[in-house]
Design a protein around this ligand. Structure first.
Ligand SMILES: Cc1cc2nc3c(=O)[nH]c(=O)nc-3n(C[C@H](O)[C@H](O)[C@H](O)COP(=O)(O)OP(=O)(O)OC[C@H]3O[C@@H](n4cnc5c(N)ncnc54)[C@H](O)[C@@H]3O)c2cc1C
Ligand SMILES: O=C([O-])CC(=O)C(=O)O
Length: 322
């Protein structure tokens, strides 16, 4: 979508072996709370988050909000001991960030410190469908196709943009990319309005428009997409210990996804070359546990890289004509 906006004259085709609702992005809670990428400068991560927040905040204030599944949500991030970094880098981007009051903390007797703020949440399947609808309206073609090798695309396309998430491990053999398995529950509990996140990142309660997401797990290097019944019970118990009213939750569905984790998002151009033929590839994958939080910012940067590739191709074809 960002490419169609940045480079309106180019024709875009989306190839994917799976579309919504069968992607990792459909499993995500979709909360805008960034995860830090250790090898990416903080100012760049902050810029990605800020652009994403600003973009989604505008949608949340529009008549599209409900169809797009975007809404504001207030709540608490709580800690058993005061974290080293009391003010995370994103504290001035979310709304109304402040330390929790003593009265608020009384709700969580096991926790000593907390941060209250308002952020945005994407209800992921509706948001992905809304994006697909907007993309189709630009004339973009979408085909179900598994790409085994990027070279198979060179006769059909001038530039390839690689947004394959965990699939990039196989597609481009990226050894730095690894799965972090996450299991979550989606439950019906419409009385839960505030989000609660344990600062250790393991337990969270995220109310969406129709369902509440209860999490979670972080299992490094595990590829299994099968739900685990013991883990389901454990997640439910951990969430009930933070919000006892969840005991009355109904219609519990279990989902599993593989976070495409890396020390940094791979957001760069690579020019593949074979027998004198060149194929520019813009990579944009490896968003780990924070893909929703930075998706618009990273997509805009990828679209800019595509723009640079187009200029280079136009430059080389006019030189060839000379
Ligand atoms: C349990 C869980 C909770 C999460 N919660 C949050 C959250 O609250 N906030 C947040 O910011 N992030 C969250 N995330 C992280 C977020 O889900 C990911 O960062 C994000 O979904 C990655 O998006 P992606 O588009 O790169 O990957 P995907 O959604 O996996 O999309 C990749 C696409 O590429 C296709 N593909 C792959 N290989 C090929 C190939 N060879 N040929 C053709 N197509 C291919 C796939 O079919 C898929 O359609 C969570 C993740 C999990 C697992
Ligand atoms: O950590 C969170 O708050 C939710 C999330 O992004 C994940 O489970 O990957």
């Amino acid at each position: 979508l960002c490419i169609t906006e940045t480079c309106p004259s180019c024709s875009v085709t989306v190839l994917s072996d799976q579309f919504s609702p069968n992607t990792t992005s459909d499993v995500a809670a979709g909360m805008l709370i960034p995860h830090t990428y250790p090898d990416t400068p903080i100012h760049r991560q902050k810029q990605w988050f800020k652009e994403t927040f600003t973009y989604l905040f505008a949608i949340s204030n529009s008549a599209e909000a409900s169809e797009a599944g975007i809404h504001l949500v207030s709540g608490w991030q709580i800690f058993k001991s005061t974290p080293k970094e009391e003010l995370p880098f994103w504290s001035d981007i979310v709304l109304g960030f402040r330390p929790m009051s003593e009265t608020e903390l009384q709700k969580f007797p096991q926790h000593r410190f907390g941060q209250a703020f308002t952020t945005l949440k994407c209800d992921c399947p509706p948001y992905l469908l809304w994006l697909e609808k907007r993309l189709k309206a630009t004339g973009t073609q979408m085909y179900t196709r598994k790409v085994a090798d990027l070279w198979e695309l060179h006769s059909e396309y001038d530039i390839v943009v690689n947004c394959t998430g965990i699939g990039a491990q196989q597609l481009v053999g990226d050894k730095q990319l690894f799965p972090v398995r996450g299991q979550v529950l989606k439950v019906y509990a419409p009385w839960v309005k505030q989000f609660i996140r344990d600062g250790d990142g393991l337990t969270y309660i995220y109310p969406g428009i129709h369902k509440v997401t209860l999490g979670g797990t972080r299992e490094k290097g595990i590829w299994s997409l099968s739900p685990d019944a013991y883990t389901t019970r454990d997640i439910f118990d951990r969430c009930c210990s933070l919000e006892p009213s969840l005991q009355a939750a109904q219609d519990i569905k279990v989902k599993v996804g593989l976070r495409p984790s890396r020390q940094c998002v791979r957001l760069q151009t690579e020019v593949l070359s074979q027998g004198g033929v060149k194929l520019p590839v813009v990579h944009n994958y490896g968003h780990g546990a924070g893909g929703f939080s930075v998706h618009r910012g990273t997509a805009k940067e990828a679209a800019h890289l595509v723009e640079v590739c187009i200029s280079a191709l136009q430059g080389s074809s006019s030189r060839a004509k000379l």
